[in-house]
Design a protein. Structure first.
Length: 95
């Protein structure tokens, strides 16, 4: 699980995340001012109790997802794969 409160740059390339479980955002829980680049990665069987089965984003983040697979991931409350709770989010998704 990756947790960042402010100002991190995260580059994930050709990586598999499988069978992870956490309270919120089983793989990534990112709060403010982060840059996140996900490329050619697989997220499988990841879950969370509350928010974001794979990714929880809050406030002023940039998220780029390219050629990734999200499968069989869920949250018991909100955001099956990705939950975004923010006023200012920039994102780019391409497959």
């Amino acid at each position: 699980m990756v947790y960042s409160t402010q100002g991190s740059a995260l580059y994930i390339y050709n990586t598999t995340f499988e069978s992870l479980f956490f309270d919120s955002g089983s793989v990534f829980s990112l709060l403010t001012g982060n840059l996140i680049f996900l490329q050619k990665s697989v997220f499988r069987n990841c879950s969370a109790i509350s928010l974001g089965g794979i990714i929880l984003l809050k406030d002023d983040n940039f998220l780029s997802i390219s050629n990734c697979v999200f499968s069989n991931s869920y949250s018991f409350q909100l955001g099956g794969a990705i939950y975004m709770f923010t006023n200012n989010l920039m994102y780019f998704v391409a497959n």
